[in-house]
Design a protein around this ligand. Structure first.
Ligand code: MLT
Length: 313
């Protein structure tokens, strides 16, 4: 039998350092996940995987850049569920199609959203928070990573349930938003536990509720939204690797293999667990699994965004 001849690009991949674009600022969940896997993918690919933060427009600036990059595997995206699934419903002139302009590589990790408030707010439960917010709706502000980020959609759904419209303060990622939350310039945010854990453990911000169906194993005392009396605000967020459309299948396979090795690395696994993030189960690790999850989420969250009537101003 004759073996299929692989394209030359695939045989030599990677031939130089790989750029992994993070479409948000350092210190947020997308950045944390990217840095954890990039370091370990470098080791198994034999070339540096360099993380580059290309922030702006809720991740769509960085994702657009990767969609236009040479499809040879040397420019890839750590794409959050938000940028890749919410943007079509929100941005009428989106510069890329998240479903058709990329080759899915694989899911790196998922994590639940948590509602956290500044220490200065007199609230340690969702009920106290809700009462305080309703009484002070004009002075308590809500930080997020831009219209269409997970932090924006998650807290907007929550704000709608509470019947409040606080001033929204957009950042280039939740990394800088968390710093302002710690400093007390922001009242509250909704973000993946991944980037909140160290501040929660350090006692510098207050965890109020996990906006997901189950409690986080790293914060067993923090109730779910449902346990705290609120439904319809649950969100579990994935971060996944994408390559530009047309990247050869053997290159996608090499990236997928390196990603799997990275998330199976015992120190990475341990770190993810400490941060409350979860590696995908075996069946969810293939490019095809990501393709299916991604398509389902474009549909699901598009419907939520339209139903909640969320728009860019
Ligand atoms: C989001 O709100 O979508 C993310 O938290 C942004 C980030 O990774 O900083």
């Amino acid at each position: 039998a004759t073996a299929a001849v692989a394209p030359a690009a695939a045989q030599t991949f990677p031939s130089r350092p790989i750029t992994m674009v993070v479409p948000f600022a350092p210190g947020g969940p997308t950045d944390i996940v990217a840095r954890l896997v990039a370091e370990r993918m470098s080791a198994s690919l034999g070339q540096q995987v360099v993380v580059e933060n290309v922030a702006g427009a809720a991740g769509t600036t960085g994702a657009a850049r990767v969609s236009r990059a040479e499809p040879d595997g040397h420019t890839i995206l750590m794409g959050p569920m938000s940028t890749m699934s919410f943007s079509p419903a929100l941005y009428p002139n989106l510069a890329f199609n998240p479903l058709t302009d990329f080759e899915p590589v694989g899911i790196a990790a998922s994590a639940p959203i948590m509602l956290v408030s500044a220490k200065k707010l007199p609230a340690t439960t969702l009920a106290e928070f809700s009462a305080h917010l309703k009484a002070n709706a004009t002075t308590v502000n809500n930080g997020n990573a831009g219209v269409g980020s997970t932090s924006h959609l998650a807290c907007t759904l929550l704000n709608q349930k509470l019947g409040v419209s606080p001033t929204l303060v957009p950042y280039r990622g939740t990394g800088p938003a968390i710093q302002d939350l710690v400093a007390g310039n922001v009242g509250y945010i909704c973000d993946q536990v991944t980037s909140l854990m160290s501040q929660v453990q350090g006692g510098t911000i207050t965890p109020l509720a996990v906006l997901a169906p189950t409690r986080s194993p790293v914060l067993p005392n923090v109730p779910t939204a449902k346990e705290a009396g609120m439904e319809g605000v649950d969100m579990v967020v994935w971060n996944a690797v994408f390559a530009p459309k047309g990247t050869p299948a053997p290159v996608v396979a090499a990236l997928n293999a390196a990603l799997r090795k990275a998330i199976d690395d015992p120190t990475a696994r341990e770190r993810f667990l400490q941060l409350g993030a979860e590696a995908p189960v075996e069946a969810q690790r293939t490019p095809e699994a990501l393709r299916a999850v991604h398509a389902a989420d474009v549909k699901k969250w598009g419907d939520v965004i339209r139903e909640a009537n969320i728009r860019i101003q």
